[in-house]
Design a protein around this ligand. Structure first.
Ligand code: GTP
Ligand code: MG
Length: 593
């Protein structure tokens, strides 16, 4: 029940609307309980030759048998002509109240759902890299879209019935006794017996629903993977393989859905049959002792009494399903970002004088250190090249600077202070990152360059593009800077994409730059332009460059050599070549082809 109450806590801001809705439901319930009274009036009218005659209230009910003293109420008598109008009146009032309450509740439900989605998205974007390194995009999408929709049913529809139907039952109970006296007990005894299977089936359904949501998440993961890697799928003729994989997951979803259907559809007939047994018992006795008008009202009342039970069993199913789905939503909301501002964090402002790694170690998982005791200090405007074999820890090292991860041991310092003292936003504002796999958004060239500085003027954007040698090809695009470049920039070449990323970094103009160079030596005209753009970007900044180019190595003020997570050598190209060791081997492998 903890999860449902957490869901309900989202209702707090909507107390006013909810109160109004509940009042409307009360109105509905009163009108609803008058239905059995109208039945009485009709039959009473038939018996008394077109006149409805009510002498005394206890006398029209079963309580007549108790020979209670008369209440001395004035007797009521009117023509049956009024009865049809009363019937319409009762249903009209009931309908209006129902509309008003359902409308208000639905609006509240929709607001709650909107809030959960907003909260989920904002929370997910705040989570740190360690979460995303294990997370699956498809799964996250499915939880935000699909699971939230399932929850919606639990909050909007179910909530209305959850409040309304118990009210109806509550109002119906005195009426059942009023018309049926002790016979009412027979019907009411079955009531708890009906609740037992409902609650049992509900719990089963909750588990099944959680499984369904997991499988649906698998479906969206599968789709996300196939479509973002569609060129690989096609190149290796793996369409059929992926289709079969998809079908296997889809079959699982089907099987779970089938199990859910057994419960959701079986529940109603079950409740109905049990209700019928109870009503049959009441008929067995009632038919012999009650006069026609009372008996008919009694029967109507019983039916009206069991209707809410049927609805409640359905509501229970919906609620259990939404609890199953919200479990997966709260699981995400419970994740805390690993990287957070300290309460006393300060803004990183002004010049960057030094960046220092002091005995820094990093392990992604327990035991497996990928960086060990890295120690070095970089002064402002130095260009530091980082070299090492694949998997040596180069990317891991530079990822510590913007605090994508925090070191497991040791400290990173900027201007002599631990990085963790700075407000994360202000730290990242000082760092520009250009990687080999440039990520572009499916929007205009303008917005892609201005990403991170959306307030930049058109002139500034063009300036940055020119400096990155990107202006020329951008002008040649169908609508120039206004061209939408497709998901991940698929409509551009690799070199063009890189130059856009460089323009983006130039526009941000960060004092610290992290560069992950492309691995291959490229010598086309376009790649020479990338090279020149990069050189321009590196000027007058503190640069950490993961170097694969000879020219970068030669331009670097210092070269750090990483080997299996350790900093094994450090110096300039000349000194390191003289030293020999790991650097010499790497250098020979890479450049002396
Ligand atoms: P190249 O990019 O191939 O030149 O290698 P690199 O020097 O940049 O290596 P990187 O820092 O990416 O990886 C160093 C080690 O950390 C490797 O053994 C990786 O398997 C491991 N590693 C990198 N990222 C992660 C991660 O997110 N989680 C885990 N568990 N391990 C990681
Ligand atoms: Mg790398």
């Amino acid at each position: 029940m903890g999860i449902y109450s957490r869901l309900l806590s989202y209702l707090k801001p909507h107390r006013g609307r909810l109160l109004f809705a509940v009042l409307c439901m009360l109105g509905y319930t009163v009108a609803h309980s008058l239905v059995s009274v109208t039945v009485f009036l009709v039959l009473n009218g038939i018996q008394n030759q077109d006149r409805v005659v009510i002498d005394d209230l206890p006398k029209v009910s079963w309580f007549e048998k108790l020979h209670l003293p008369a209440l001395d109420l004035p007797s009521i008598e009117f023509s049956t002509t009024f009865v049809p109008f009363m019937v319409v009146g009762v249903f009209l009032v009931r309908g209006l109240f129902e509309y008003a309450s359902r409308y208000q509740m639905s609006i509240v439900g929709l607001r709650v759902i909107r809030r959960i989605r907003d909260q989920l998205y904002a929370h997910l974007t705040r989570l740190s890299m360690n979460f995303y390194s294990k997370g699956r995009t498809g799964d996250l999408m499915s939880r935000t879209v699909q699971d939230v929709s399932v929850v919606q049913a639990g909050v909007t529809d179910a909530l209305v019935d959850l409040v309304k139907e118990p009210l109806v039952i509550l109002f119906q109970i005195p009426l059942v006794f009023f018309w049926g006296g002790p016979f009412a007990f027979i019907a009411l005894i079955v009531f708890p017996a009906v609740l037992l299977p409902i609650s049992f089936l509900g719990r089963r359904l909750r588990t099944i629903q959680r499984k369904i949501q997991e499988q649906i998440a698998d479906i969206s993961s599968q789709m996300q993977e196939t479509f973002s890697g569609i060129n690989v799928v096609k190149a290796f003729n793996m369409e059929q393989y992926e289709v079969r994989k998809f079908e296997a997951i889809n079959r699982k979803v089907f099987n779970f859905l089938k199990r859910a259907v057994v419960i959701t559809t079986g529940q109603r007939p079950l409740v109905e049959v049990m209700g019928a047994v109870a009503i049959a018992c009441a008929i067995w006795y009632g038919i012999r002792v009650l006069p026609l008008d009372r008996f008919a009202s009694f029967l109507t009342c019983l039916f009206l009494f069991y209707e809410p039970l049927k609805k409640l069993s359905k509501v229970n199913a919906t609620i259990q399903q939404s609890v199953g789905a919200s479990y997966r939503i709260f699981e995400l909301l419970n994740e805390t970002p690993q990287i957070q501002n300290r309460p006393d964090s300060i803004t990183l402002e002004g010049q960057i004088d030094s960046v220092e790694f002091s005995k820094v170690s990093l392990a992604y998982e327990r035991g497996g250190e990928v960086l060990r005791e890295i120690d070095f200090l970089v002064r402002a405007d130095e260009i530091v090249a980082i070299v090492g074999t694949s998997g040596a820890g180069k990317t891991s090292l530079v990822n510590l600077l913007p605090r994508f991860y925090d070191p497991t041991k040791g400290v990173l310092k900027i201007n002599g202070f631990d990085l963790r003292n700075y407000e994360v936003h202000s730290l990242r504002a000082k760092i520009g990152i250009v990687t080999q796999d440039t990520f572009l958004f499916n929007t205009t060239v303008y917005e892609n360059i201005a990403y991170g500085r959306l307030e930049a003027s058109v002139e500034e954007i063009k300036e940055a593009a020119k400096a990155a040698f990107a202006d020329e090809f951008i002008q040649a695009l169908p609508t120039g800077y206004g061209t939408v470049i497709g998901e991940r920039g698929v409509t551009l070449s690799g070199g063009q994409r890189q130059r856009l990323a460089i323009a983006r970094a130039l526009l941000k103009n960060p004092p610290i730059l992290i560069l992950d160079e492309a691995t291959s030596q490229l010598d086309t005209e376009s790649e020479r332009e990338v090279q020149r753009a990069l050189e321009r970007l590196m000027a007058n900044r503190t640069v950490f460059v993961i170097a694969h180019r000879l020219s970068t190595i030669q331009n670097a003020d210092r070269i750090l050599v990483l080997d299996q997570g350790r900093l094994v050598q450090s110096g300039t190209n000349e000194t390191l070549l003289k030293e020999g060791g790991v650097y010499k081997r790497l250098y020979d492998l890479q450049f002396n082809v």
